[in-house]
Write a protein that binds this ligand. Sequence first.
Ligand code: CMC
Length: 436
Amino acid sequence: MESNTLTITDNRTGRTYTLPIQDGTVRAMDLRQIRISDDDFGLMTYDPAFMNTASCRSSITYIDGDRGILEYRGYPIEVLAEHCTFLEVAYLLLFGELPNESELKEWVSQITHHTMIHETTRKFMEGFRYNAHPMSMLVSTVAALSSVYPEAKNVHDEANRLLQVKRLIAKMPTIAAMSYRHSVGFPYVFPDNDLTYTENFMNMLWRMVEPKYAANPVLARALDILFILHADHEQNCSTNTMRSVGSSEADPYSSVAAAAAALSGPLHGGANEQVLKMLDEIGTKENVPAYIQHVKDGHGKLMGFGHRVYKNHDPRAKIIKWTAEQVFQITGRNPKLDIALELERIALEDEYFVKRKLYPNVDFYSGIIYQAMGFKPELFTVLFAIPRTVGWLAQWQEMHLDAEQKIARPRQIYTGQRKRAFIPMEERQAAAVLKA
Ligand code: CMC
């Protein structure tokens, strides 16, 4: 018998099956042959929250969660963060190779020339309530772009796909900045094509009356590094949403809007905003032990801690700590850093966190830098969505080129009742469900 196989005996029937093992996996569909009778549907796997299920083959991002390794297209994240710009990394993620000098120049020029948004989109954004959360505005406005670019639904046309990819990467900072300016009541600032991707974003956020915005180069570089760190993270919740919605052949604007909505949750990208709220709630270093005890007693979670994949240090958190030092030299030290460091120190020694392998994740320190740079906490998740758009699109492209992919459609184990006799209105008992 071939060694790369799995032999299963079904004790219900006594029958034995041999399944091939490929890349450390068995195919769930191979289990379907395991049946107790001819009309049996066949064995399925049950995996709520996809704890142990690979949903695709991907050559974009590699993570070894036990060793704390993250690579994009085979390049360690530390090397990319040190040597590349965000748009260079975006090119790598999307096309598989680092660009040479002329390719990068052309790519940057193409992205730069798609940064404007249609006037009707600007007006659409004006319609949001004055205190709308920037993330809600971003999600809705990206969805609305599918009405501006109806041809985007031709998802099988490669050139058309690429055009939408460029538009999305280029317009995300514009929409993000406008959502911020709207929420604080400032007039929108248009893109400046002389500036780099991150400098231009800072220009659209913060330019007031000066004729030309000059970004602090250290802060612009720090933001670029943070964008690199957030660009992709394989099959996380929002990327899975991107692939799932995209698998129905929905246009990329609808799919990115859905992915961004998934990102907004506090267990995913929304965690960075929650970390700041938590640090505010803790207030002082002295209150840290009591807060940790509160969490251990079952009252909420330590936001910015824990990860489905990393059971060791998140390599991104280490780079963020280093970047924070550079930022604080310009902005001054964020006083919340001391509370965060104390929280990390105590948590990493505490039996509860050690046993569960809970380490600080990317969101633990990112909010502290963002706040020092002048970003409001409501914008933090938007700052995550901008670079992650690249990862979503790279994964979406890969999905469309993968002959094995079909519309995503999991199975269920039905636990409800069957074949009930209909109850006429006058005989029904009150179920009291609406009183809650
Ligand atoms: N604080 C306290 N306890 C925690 C935490 C935490 N942050 N995270 C997990 N645990 C506990 C959890 O209660 C469980 O304990 P027990 O075994 O006694 O029931 C155990 O650790 C395992 O946790 P889990 O919930 O089964 O782990 P998961 O893989 O389903 O969840 C997570 C991963 C990131 C959603 C979770 O760790 C969490 O909610 N963290 C806080 C939110 C956060 O920082 N999210 C950002 C994630 S990184 C960036 C991103 O994805 O956007």
